[in-house]
Design a protein around this ligand. Structure first.
Ligand SMILES: Cc1cc2nc3c(=O)[nH]c(=O)nc-3n(C[C@H](O)[C@H](O)[C@H](O)COP(=O)(O)OP(=O)(O)OC[C@H]3O[C@@H](n4cnc5c(N)ncnc54)[C@H](O)[C@@H]3O)c2cc1C
Length: 270
């Protein structure tokens, strides 16, 4: 377990209720892989007691300075307290934790992001660009105001979708994925899907992929207490069969949060 102190460099509201948090971390913080997360103490006070898990939107290394970035929504007590933490505030976190995205050689990565789920995929896209690997970035949100990070994406093709039609395709990112796939440009042998967003979207993307034999990884989110596999509080139900894994309940914090989306039993996921 890697518990490190960190301090707030910036905690800025980017869109109503959505914040970008930059935390300076010590050199002892291992270089994270896209898809990994940290378990963050959101306040120096003893309340709330439990840490909150957040995927990394980015990792910055300049000389001896290391920082992680988190893109988060205010949804409840913990995130509300986090949003009030000022520049310079000392906190701590455990991480990097979990399993990140694992692209296969010589395949195009098709990234499918829904809303705030774009965060780990932005980190992933930067990594793919660094490695000069081809990718397609499909990003859907309710409106243009929620298309965070689009201008930063370089090195791959981008297609946008909004529910209100304010930018890009008027409809869901799942429709975009179907249209892209039906164009015949990709096959299960040449491309694979990586997705993050609301579980409803992940479920639909997983069904789409499973039905066509496409490899598909999803970054899951769910209630988590210890985040290091001790409390067994974040079990992920797998489908019967599941490539020999049926009936298992892997811990999201240890065997995820990025998992093979086609073997997750989305109906039973809490
Ligand atoms: C591996 C992992 C990575 C994550 N990465 C991110 C991230 O990058 N950015 C981010 O904003 N969140 C992320 N989350 C979710 C984040 O941990 C929760 O939003 C956070 O714990 C909520 O804490 P809270 O005290 O504010 O809300 P709580 O008081 O715990 O919950 C308040 C209410 O909000 C609901 N709720 C909880 N989480 C969410 C959610 N994500 N969206 C909508 N409603 C929710 C709850 O069901 C409850 O009704 C991640 C979770 C996991 C497990």
């Amino acid at each position: 377990m890697n518990l490190v102190g960190c301090s707030v460099v910036e905690n800025r509201e980017i869109a109503p209720g959505n914040f970008l948090l930059t935390l300076k971390v010590p050199r002892g913080f291992a270089r994270p892989e896209p898809g990994q997360f940290v378990h963050l103490r959101v306040s120096p006070e003893s309340e709330p007691l439990l840490r909150r898990p957040y995927s990394l939107e980015g990792f910055v290394e300049r000389g001896k300075i290391r920082a992680v970035r988190i893109y988060y929504s205010v949804v409840g007590r913990g995130s509300r307290v986090l949003a009030s933490q000022p520049k310079g505030q000392e906190l701590d976190l455990i991480g990097p934790l979990g399993v990140g995205f694992t692209p296969r050689p010589r395949r195009t990565s098709v990234l499918v992001a829904g809303g705030r789920g774009v965060a780990p995929l932005l980190f992933f896209a930067r990594k793919l660009r660094e490695k000069k690997r081809p990718f397609l970035f499909l990003f859907g949100a309710r409106s243009s105001r929620e298309l965070y990070g689009v201008r930063e994406i370089r090195g791959g093709r981008i297609h946008l979708a909004t529910d209100d039609g304010s930018v890009g395709y008027h409809g869901s990112v799942l429709d975009l994925l179907k249209r892209q796939w039906e164009s015949g440009e990709h096959t299960p042998l040449t491309a694979e899907i990586f997705t993050c967003g609301p579980h409803g979207l992940l479920h639909e993307v997983a069904e789409f992929a499973a039905g066509r034999g496409i490899r598909c990884e999803a970054s899951l989110e769910g209630p988590m207490a210890c985040a290091v596999g001790a409390c067994r509080g974040c079990p992920v139900p797998l489908l019967p069969g599941a490539g020999g894994n049926g009936g298992r309940y892997p811990a999201m914090c240890i065997e995820g949060p990025v998992m093979d989306a086609t073997i997750v039993d989305w109906e039973r996921l809490p």
